[in-house]
Ligand binder design. Structure first.
Ligand code: GLU
Length: 236
């Protein structure tokens, strides 16, 4: 079990991601991490241990950004360490993951043959490189459809893209994922409690679904990439 959160906004997101991660700590406390986009770059701060330690590092590095993803980890593949902490990033994308990619060893071999270099021992890092590879020849939506088909196992994912500061992707199979609607900003999180201080308007992804989140719009898709409608719930 891990906890994930993502915010896309017109305002700074780091302190709010930290607050949400504190609410998700019941889902994992092996490590914590956050990635934001600042001036077209992916910037990561990660640490072993709890969100309090991450918070101190973030102040030290003065992490800025109006779009970002965060994670608290309960390790399944690779020991609890800073290098295995999420988010996992390639030069183009950054990913947070709750779940287990069962075919990660095969996917890793395939990607290494293509020249991708792995930094961690996690199953999650294959997702960052797979998305990067598919983006070379596919649109963003086609990329997500194709990558999700390649993954065996369970996941809730939050993905941000170096060259697209107006888009965040969420996807779900087997692990929970909530999407929240805010004023000129939107969110994703492992549960609605993590988003409660920002919104009570929530939709839940069902298995096999993904979404493309902008600050003023959320589009939902089934596993073939066909658009679907989701109910918005008002939580009290
Ligand atoms: N399998 C991933 C890891 O070990 C995510 C862990 C989880 O969701 O429990 O980093």
């Amino acid at each position: 079990m891990c906890g994930i959160v993502g915010i896309i906004s017109t305002k700074e997101v780091t302190s709010r991601i930290i607050n949400s991660l504190k609410k998700l700590e019941y889902r994992g406390y092996d490590s914590a991490g956050i990635a934001t986009l600042t001036d077209g770059d992916i910037n990561e701060v990660k640490c072993e241990g709890r969100v309090d330690a991450l918070e101190k590092d973030i102040i030290k590095y003065n992490l800025k950004g109006e779009i970002g993803i965060g994670h608290v980890r309960w390790a399944t593949h690779g020991k609890p360490s800073k290098i295995n902490a999420h988010p996992h990033s390639s030069e183009k994308v950054s990913v947070v993951h709750n779940g287990i990619i069962e075919n990660s060893t095969i996917l890793k071999k395939f990607l290494e043959k293509k020249g991708y270099v792995f930094k961690s021992q996690t199953d999650t890092e294959v997702i960052a490189h797979l998305v990067t590879d598919y983006l070379k020849k596919n649109s963003l939506k086609e990329t997500i459809v194709k990558v999700l088909k390649k993954l065996h196992g369970s996941f809730a994912l939050g993905i941000i893209f170096k060259d697209k500061n107006d888009i965040m992707v969420g996807a779900r199979r087997g692990s929970p994922l909530a999407v929240g609607y805010g004023p000129n900003e939107n969110y994703l999180g492992s549960d609605s409690y993590a988003l409660k201080s920002m919104t009570n308007k929530i939709s839940y992804l069902d298995d096999g679904e993904f979404c493309i989140i902008k600050k003023d719009q959320i589009d939902f898709f089934n596993n073939d990439g066909s658009k679907i409608n989701k109910k918005i719930m008002n939580l009290s």
